[in-house]
Design a protein around this ligand. Structure first.
Ligand SMILES: NC(=O)c1ccc[n+]([C@@H]2O[C@H](COP(=O)([O-])OP(=O)(O)OC[C@H]3O[C@@H](n4cnc5c(N)ncnc54)[C@H](OP(=O)(O)O)[C@@H]3O)[C@@H](O)[C@H]2O)c1
Length: 294
């Protein structure tokens, strides 16, 4: 039986990882939290009281917990420190503690480096990416030194994710577009917006843990779908001001909030039957056939 520490385990991402670990393995799961008595923490523990251990914790006290487990999934919370350097240091601290403790499998939950890819800093992306870069740097050192069991090479994997589809439901809720439809708006410009479902992050996390040898501690970057930028139609001519045909807009509120494509385009969904976007097992990411780009 494995003992897994899930850093951020009461949060949006970590909670899905904990629940999948509980559903698909016999592992015990330790979850650090600032408030074990909070409703979200208590609800998580109640799903499997004999296998979930909530521990009141701050980042500085995680080292003791790391010494009690053989696997770690670490999704640190940038917003708790509010500092790119702060989260970077927290990540390095966790890694160093895990190496000292001889943790068998450590997954660092990362994001792409916005500043490297675009030249524009996004602190909560860049801090996680800096930790991933550190992992790569130490692997290089281990290779140079011909270490036979370089801990960063053999016992650390990086899972790079992306903004959640669920943000479109919870934080970027659709608003009436004034034409009888609902629209998500994001300042994308010509860029694309990669998204991933929380269930899929959990799926890949467990897959990496369970297939460590076949992965050879390699890293993985996952997204479920990339939302396209808006393509606005020219303003209608006076003759074409009639209301749009019923089939040219989304009629169901069940459909629109789940549809990542309609979030960022002016396309309208005409389908009331969402179809599944390729997702590994859970198929939780849904979109509408009518507004999925070719
Ligand atoms: N939102 C997205 O689309 C997205 C996508 C990919 C990555 N991320 C990254 O994910 C991170 C946030 O995780 P989340 O999305 O799961 O958010 P969340 O739901 O706000 O969860 C934050 C988690 O961090 C924990 N935490 C914060 N400070 C802590 C402390 N001092 N000691 C112990 N635990 C602490 C919280 O625990 P308690 O509240 O129980 O103390 C909670 O489990 C951010 O760094 C963000 O950049 C977000």
């Amino acid at each position: 039986m494995n003992h897994v520490l899930v850093v951020g385990g009461t949060g949006a991402m970590g909670r899905h990882v904990v629940q999948r670990l509980l559903a698909t393995t016999d592992a015990t799961v330790t979850v650090p939290t600032r408030r074990p008595e909070s409703a979200h923490a208590a609800a998580l523990a109640a799903t499997a009281p004999d296998r979930v251990r909530l521990v009141r914790s701050a980042p500085a006290t995680l080292e003791a917990l790391i010494g009690q487990v053989d696997r770690v999934f670490a999704n640190t919370d940038f917003f708790a420190t509010g500092s790119a350097v702060g989260e970077y240091r927290q990540g390095l601290h966790l890694l160093a503690a895990a190496e000292r403790a001889g943790v068998e499998r450590f997954i660092w939950s990362s994001l792409d480096s916005a500043v490297s890819l675009t030249g524009r800093p996004v602190p909560h992306f860049d801090s996680k990416a800096a930790v991933a870069a550190h992992i790569g740097l130490v692997r290089s050192e281990e290779m140079l030194r011909k270490e036979t069991d370089g801990w960063y090479t053999d016992h650390v994997s990086i899972l790079t994710t992306a903004p959640y589809f669920e943000n479109l439901r919870d934080r970027l809720t659709p608003r009436p577009d004034g034409q009888g439809g609902l629209a998500f708006k994001l300042p994308l410009g010509a860029a694309h917006y990669p998204l991933v479902a929380l269930d899929d992050i959990a799926w890949f996390t467990c897959h990496m843990f369970d297939n460590w040898q076949s992965w050879g501690a390699r890293d993985l970057a996952v997204i479920g779908k990339t939302a396209s930028p808006a393509t606005r139609s020219p303003p209608p001519s006076p003759r074409s001001r009639a209301p749009p045909a019923p089939t040219s807009r989304c009629r169901t509120t069940n459909c629109a909030p789940q549809c990542p494509t309609s979030a960022t385009t002016t396309q309208r969904c005409s389908s009331s039957s969402p179809t599944v976007i390729s997702a590994p097992e859970t198929g939780t990411s849904t979109s509408c056939a009518a507004c999925t780009p070719p």
